[in-house]
Design a protein around this ligand. Sequence first.
Ligand SMILES: [Zn+2]
Length: 288
Amino acid sequence: MRLMLSAALAALAGPALAAPQVVTDFAPVQSLVMQVMGDVGTPTMLLPVGGDPHHFQLRPSQAAALEKADVVFWIGPELTPALDKAIGALGGKALSVPLLHKGEGHTRDFADGEGVDPHAWLDPTNALAWLGTIAVVLGKVDPPNSAVYAANAVAAEAKLVALDKTLMAELAPVRGKPLIEFHDAFGYFADHYGLNVAATIELGDAATPSALRLAQIRQTALESRAVCAFPEAGRDPAFLKVVAEGTDLKIGAPQDPEAALVTDEPTPGLYADLLTHLAQTVVDCAGN
Ligand SMILES: [Zn+2]
């Protein structure tokens, strides 16, 4: 009897009220999807809070979340190779949306030419395009809420356009000043805001630099008259000291392109905070 009653209640609730099961890879994408879903539901983020996407390995609980998913929004296999395998193993049950490969916005190669740079969320024009993509995909997965997703995306886009304008103005005085970045994550941000990355300490896929490479970067810093070098959240600043020794480089505040410093569950506003903080580190160090 109890079983029949619960079955009847479940039927009454109907599929229209159930939010789709949405999974994201890591905090910046989680923030964008949260903005589009609004009150309809909350996506599940696979990466632990503050986790490093490059070295992400799927745990059993995360694999279970992935198996229940209707749709997965993620950057792509270049950022999280382990997730690529896990999604492949689902056999197409969940709709996979690798945002880097959606044919919108701007892509760039790593400075060392080693393939596509996956840090595409750091160009806000990409995030703008993705907000639209996310709304369209969610509308297909969950047609009763498609108008809500579309309206949320439009509101999120307007906020992001305003933020972009502010950051463009804040960064104008430091355009072109040579900077040393820690890992090659900064290219999209630099391209968009006209910043000048003279060198990065770690190459492409966040590999540890050799002594020879550090000496070369130090030479580049001297020759380019680089003004600032930036440590990065969760990475060893010792390399930076080697590079800066005997140069006029100022050491900036740690940058956080991958939300490694975030200790709380992501919020819809995380993405804007990430860009704002990144801009602030550059202005504070190179701005006078
Ligand atoms: Zn990275």
